[in-house]
Every structure is written in C-alpha cells, then in structure tokens.
Design a protein around this ligand. Structure first.
Ligand code: KIV
Length: 262
C-alpha cells in the first residue's frame, strides 16, 4: 500500500518517526523504496549533487520533471514529493498552480514542496491545496534564498526564531500536509514540532522532529562535503573508486575480460 499524506499525520499522532530521503533516478528510487523509506523527495539539491552547480538556483522545472518521472517509475510504496525549483512558483499564484499542476500531471508524483513561509507563500500554499495539490512546506534554511541567508544555521536571534515558528504555523493554517525544518537549533525544531499538528521533517533540526530527511548521497558517503548535520552510513564513494581502479588495472593488464566474460 502506498504511503499517503493522511498516514504521515497518523504516524505523528502515534509517535512513529517518518523516514525520508532524496532520489533522482529510477534505480536509486527503487532501492530506497524497497528498503522501506516512507517519503522520497525529488529535491532541487539535484542541482548541486547531480548537476554540479554551486547552488540550487539554476535548476529548471523541465529538469525536475525529467528526474521525477524516473523516480516515480521506481517507486511502489513511498510518497513521492517533488521540489518546485527557484522562480517556478514565486512570481504569482498562477505560476505556482501551473508548475505544480505539471508536476502532478506529467510525473505521477503525489505532492510538491516549496520553500518559504508567510504571508505570500502561505497564500500560494492555500491556493495549491484548494486545487487538490498536496504541499510540503520548507522553512529555516531555505537553499533557494542562499544569497540572502548563506548556508548558516537559521533562527539565531529571538526575532528570527519567532519568524520561523510563525512561518511554520502559517503553512499549517494554509493546508500544508507537513513542513521540512532545515538547519535550525534542536530546541526550535522541538518547539515547532510540538506546536504544529502536522508532521515536521527535520534536516539538521534535532531529534525531536516527527521525521528526518537526508540527501541520499550524504547517507551513502558519495558527497564531496558532508554537511555537519548529516551522517554517512556507508562509504560508497571509496568503494566505487576502488572498483573503477581495479577494473582499469585489469583492462590494462588484460585480466578482463576473460574468455568466460565474452
Ligand atoms: O532539495 C533537497 O534535497 C531538500 C532537502 C534537503 C530537504 O530540499
């Protein structure tokens, strides 16, 4: 049975933690889904991790659609959510409806994620939800605003903490089904998770969020730099390099292919 947005909120009530990861292609999505991940995000971190940009800003809607289609083809159970990239929803509610509508119609994903809180973004979220499009909010460090915020932890002053809490509450009131909390203090992560009835999904927001999300490349040890709040559970980068080196050595020494590989 596929994970639904209603199930996520039941899990919050039951205290069952939500497990979320990013994916951008068919085979990784299939692997994550078979391993029991609840929510798979086709994140716009695609731009940095897969496409080699310095920020997420250059990512286009066409690129997100292309990768989201591949992910959806690999998933049987997880809830697939797709990021709306920079400047595909900020311009107007009309633009947000068009972009989010394309995601649901063309990819088969079940929800979109967008960054930012209130007042403008909450209004956009409520119009998307009214159109039948489930929305995952995202507050705290919002990478599409990197030129304003940097990559620093957010919510360091009392005013900034209050602002992030207000944004999360506004997203809930607007009908978002859950909110991602990125790179804020564990105390603020706990406070928002306690004040919201919808689930929070943390990344660098402490252990008291209702769920956790990581970039899959970080978890697998395939990233150039591991953010301070992430954890590598494997070292696939090293394993892959060793495998390629061994292949290169065997080709050069004519140990591969053997007759039996031919
Ligand atoms: O794009 C992304 O991968 C994200 C997660 C880090 C939450 O937004």
């Amino acid at each position: 049975m596929s994970v639904t947005i209603q199930q996520l909120s039941q899990w919050k009530q039951q205290g069952r933690a939500i497990v979320a990861l990013t994916a951008w292609d068919y085979s990784s999505a299939k692997l994550l889904d078979a391993a029991g991940v609840d929510l798979i995000l086709v994140g716009d971190s695609l731009g940095m991790v897969v496409l080699g940009y310095d920020t997420t800003l250059p990512v286009t809607l066409e690129e997100m659609l292309h990768h989201a289609k591949a992910v959806v083809r690999g998933v049987k159970n997880a809830l697939v959510v797709v990021d709306l990239p920079f400047m595909t929803y900020q311009e107007s509610i009309q633009q947000a409806l068009q972009s989010a509508g394309r995601v649901l119609k063309e990819t088969g994903a079940k929800a979109v994620k967008l960054e930012g809180g209130y007042p403008e973004m909450a209004e956009t979220v409520s119009r998307l939800v009214a159109a039948g499009i489930p929305v995952l909010g995202h507050v705290g460090l919002t990478p599409q605003s990197v030129h304003q915020l940097g990559w620093r932890q957010q919510g360091k002053t009392e005013a900034a903490r209050a602002q992030i809490l207000a944004e999360a509450l506004a997203l809930e009131a607007a009908g978002a089904f859950a909110v991602v909390l990125e790179h804020i203090s564990p105390q603020l992560g706990a406070e928002i998770s306690q004040k919201l009835t919808i689930p929070t999904i943390g990344i660098g927001a402490g252990p008291d969020c209702d769920g956790q999300i990581l970039v899959a490349h970080d978890l697998l040890g395939m990233s150039e730099r591991l953010p301070p709040f992430a954890k590598a559970y494997a070292n696939l980068g090293v394993l892959a390099t060793e495998a390629v080196q061994q292949y290169a050595a065997e080709v050069r020494s004519r140990q591969f292919p053997l007759r039996s590989n031919s």
